[in-house]
Ligand binder design. Sequence first.
Ligand SMILES: [Zn+2]
Length: 119
Amino acid sequence: MTYRNKLESQKGISLSGGYCIVCGWGKNNHKGNSLVIGSHVRKFNNILDYDKRDNIIGLCPNHHVEFDAGNITIDTRNGVCIHIDNKDSFHNKKIVGKIDHIKTGYFDYHKKSIFKGRN
Ligand SMILES: [Zn+2]
């Protein structure tokens, strides 16, 4: 069974700005709780400290799925989203959230190991 640290996840979302860093989506449920997903930059069991805020960004459900599937990644040098489909409306678009809290090298890892497009 996997234990998720909900507080770390919420901190990661909050440090990202409280919404999807790619598109800015940030809806709440009927109780006022955020529906933004705390998404891991490096995957489960890939690193010991995977469930920490410095490995977690806020993404909407659609971009969360695309990020984990390797459809999108983040180019930290230019602060843009890179999509495998260069006709996608978010390809090369400036990200709207913050990623300063993510540990150095984690996005590079995602780009090299998870992203399915050309770098
Ligand atoms: Zn999004």
